[in-house]
Design a protein around this ligand. Sequence first.
Ligand SMILES: C[S@@+](CC[C@H](N)C(=O)[O-])C[C@H]1O[C@@H](n2cnc3c(N)ncnc32)[C@H](O)[C@@H]1O
Length: 446
Amino acid sequence: MVEYMFILGSNWLLSIAELLVYVRNRGYEAVVSDHSRHAVILDFKEKLSLEEVVDMQAALGGCYKVGRVIQTYNIIIPTNAYPTNGKPDREALEIITSCPWLPDLWQRPRGKKIKFGVSTYPIIDGKAPIQYRRFTRGLDDTIKKLLLQKGARKADYFAYDEPDRRKVKRMNLALWPKTIAKNNLLTPPNAEILAVFTQKNLYLARTMVIYDSLLQQYRDESRPYISSEISTSPKICRTLLNLAGARPGDTVLDPFCGSGTLLMEAAMLGMKVIGVDINGNQVQGTKANLSWFGRDIGEQIRFDIIRGDARNLTNLIRKEVDAVAFEPSLGPVTKKKPTAKEAEEIIEELTELYREALAQIAQVLRPDGRVAMTIPVIVSRAGPVSMDIKEMIKGTGLGIYRMLPADMIKSISDSDENLRISPNREVLPERKMGQVVQRQLIVLEK
Ligand SMILES: C[S@@+](CC[C@H](N)C(=O)[O-])C[C@H]1O[C@@H](n2cnc3c(N)ncnc32)[C@H](O)[C@@H]1O
């Protein structure tokens, strides 16, 4: 068994669900052996090649970094070495600072100029009796000292970046992907060391691949048609594609395609795409975006974008599709909370729209195909109003595909309720603080 560490997106549970679907869908044998709200440790039966890991990270919407685990310590060791209260325990400190993994990572440091950096991910932000900042600096200093002792010409580390500007209180002890890319920290002999704390252990890993934030920013900002009012985030689009089991070469349908964000992500992953939208402007926008993307990468993209109603798909599409992924209209965009009755009426209307669309989707979907979509939860003045899923899928020929399969979750850090992964879920939330329309993700199968 070989352990890999995945640094998760902000919706950690959804990121894990996506990862597990991806892993199973691609035929890997792996289980979650440990996790925190920032990272998951997956135990793979076989070693992965660098290429496999690169493909995996690039395909996932909720994974920032992937590394191979190089050392595991019981959590007692760092807790005693860097306590928030009382004196550090010398023995524990020595265990960490002896860095037994170092000769494996840098086999011949002599004469080399080495740049590196430690990125630390706590269990839950601000919780746990460990001085994370001191731990991170301490490990950076120790690695530098050991490398110089072993004859490195230079050993310079990059310390964690500034705190998160959006959430000032959030501790950030991890290097941003931009810093890592700019300083070539993934090119040997340089390295980034990931330090992940869970309830039970501290894991160290060497980063193999990171999220390409510059490429994503370029694509988001350069595409010709942006419709920010309705656009779905590219990350959620990737997650939906993975949950729907879409693979390179597959034909993917988005029956509510809007500005085509999901279809662009699918095209980037080598899928053939079909889009439908009732609004002519959106149809033109999606076509412009996909043509631009094709020119940008210098390849002919295969797409078919049709103006029409998702409730009438069988008259619009003659082809069988392998996977369906989308964000439908989630109701009126409003900042004002509706009354419970108003919310119920909106939900009822949408349930009917989705049911009719899903019945048509089931007819164009290949026999064992899946559908991944978002559904709304409307926060009314009297509290949240969600969909009756049974009602939504009644008579469509689709059933619920449960996420987070129990047989893949063997995490040893599951005792805190803030960390619990309850398996076999029908829906997973995708919350945005303060929004009237919240979302859930659901996967259906034929
Ligand atoms: C939330 S938006 C999709 C956003 C899209 N994922 C993107 O990133 O641009 C929903 C879209 O569904 C379209 N729509 C609404 N009702 C429809 C229907 N009955 N059939 C097809 N499209 C519909 C709307 O025009 C809108 O563009």
